[in-house]
Design a protein around this ligand. Structure first.
Ligand code: MN
Length: 362
């Protein structure tokens, strides 16, 4: 699986006539491309990839995983052979070119290597790794599907607990637990539970506020499964809500449904964004839709492509995007509905379709 990924990277290396591609991964950097390229699930490490060899350097804490997971990589114990030694052996005497992704390597880390190898040419192709990761292969699609299925199952168990008197924070914690119970390896991000007026902030942080009857509650959450995430949002009502809130809900639902119907390979990201925006235009809520329509998901919650008015690139088969228009009115509340869609030639597979989008009054 990682072989075809290395092949794609090597194609990019040839364009720059680079001797080696270098990807450092710090203890807490959360760099997903290390795992994407090698299969290695640990953190503190370096990948050095040449046209015919791949080396993974790490330390004693991760050697067992590295041997098991990084098939096709030579594993080097960094206590026995330093990064500088290994790189020195790869590079031609007195020079050579190292390619890196400037979006994935800190300035300080790159400076250190430059100081050690003064004749070295550093070729920066910023964003090459996120670009390579934007189209998902079959294995990745399976993990994304499973992560989405887990979050739908957790949502079903969660709904009966959403009632007046529960606090946003306690519900957020409960939802996390249910995700694990339903098979998640972790949470993709801390859940957003935003009730009543708090829902007017698109990325609200759960508070100690209690849910009240007559309020809408925005529930935005995701699971991780084998390194891949899900991302979905549902908005539900606690008891009977005002006609204005129902109108808000139905407007977002219509816009989101239109987006889900339009998402397919070949449509440009901005055209898809416009489908949702125009629908909200018709219902009179467009000025309250204050963010992009969606984003790619994969090993990270925000990947390429970005589905916003500025993005002209066409969607491709194998990209997995969210479709998540929302309406946010200060002092009133918010509504957002979000699904994860795997783009196909003639449409898409909605990975989160199992969680109903009918207006739910609890
Ligand atoms: Mn999202």
């Amino acid at each position: 699986m990682t072989l075809s990924r290395l092949k794609q990277l090597r194609t990019a290396m040839r364009r720059h006539t680079a001797d080696v591609f270098w990807l450092p991964n710090g203890e807490n950097s959360g760099q997903p491309a290390t795992g994407w390229l090698s299969g290695f699930s640990g953190s503190d490490s370096h990948l050095l990839i040449t046209k015919n060899k791949a080396t993974l350097l790490t330390d004693g804490r991760y050697l067992i995983e590295a041997e098991k997971e990084a098939a096709g990589f030579e594993i080097v114990d960094i206590a026995k052979q330093s990064f500088g030694d290994v790189l020195g052996k790869i590079l031609p005497k007195g020079g050579g070119a190292v390619m890196l992704d400037g979006a994935a390597v800190s300035y300080a880390t790159a400076e250190k290597v430059k100081a050690k190898f003064p004749g070295l040419k550093i070729v920066n192709e910023s964003g090459v790794l996120t670009e390579l990761r934007r189209v998902k292969d079959a294995a990745e699609l399976q993990f994304l599907k499973k992560a989405a299925a887990i979050s739908c199952a957790a949502f079903k168990k969660f709904l009966p607990h959403v009632r007046a008197g529960a606090t946003e924070k306690s519900l957020a914690r409960l939802l996390e637990n249910l995700l694990f119970e339903c098979g998640a390896d972790g949470i993709a991000f801390p859940p957003i539970i935003a009730s009543g007026r708090n829902g007017a902030a698109a990325h609200a942080v759960p508070t100690g506020k209690k849910l009240q009857r007559g309020e809408l509650v925005v529930i935005d959450f995701g699971a991780t499964y084998r390194g891949y995430v899900s991302d979905m949002t549902r908005t539900v009502a606690v008891g009977k809500v005002s006609p204005r809130l129902v109108r808000m809900y139905e407007a977002v639902r219509a816009a989101q449904d239109a987006g889900c119907r339009a998402a397919r390979a070949g449509i440009s990201a901005h055209a898809l964004d416009a489908v949702c925006r125009e629908s909200l235009e018709k219902s009179g809520f467009a000025k309250h839709f204050t963010h992009a329509t969606g984003h790619g998901i994969g090993m990270a919650v925000h990947e390429l492509p970005v589905v916003s008015p500025k993005q002209t690139a066409a969607l491709q088969v194998g990209e997995v995007i969210t479709c998540e228009p929302g309406v946010y009115i200060k002092g009133v509340g918010g509504v957002r509905t979000e699904d994860s869609l795997a783009i196909t030639k003639n449409g898409n597979i909605n990975l989160t379709a199992r969680a109903s989008k009918k207006f739910i009054m609890l």
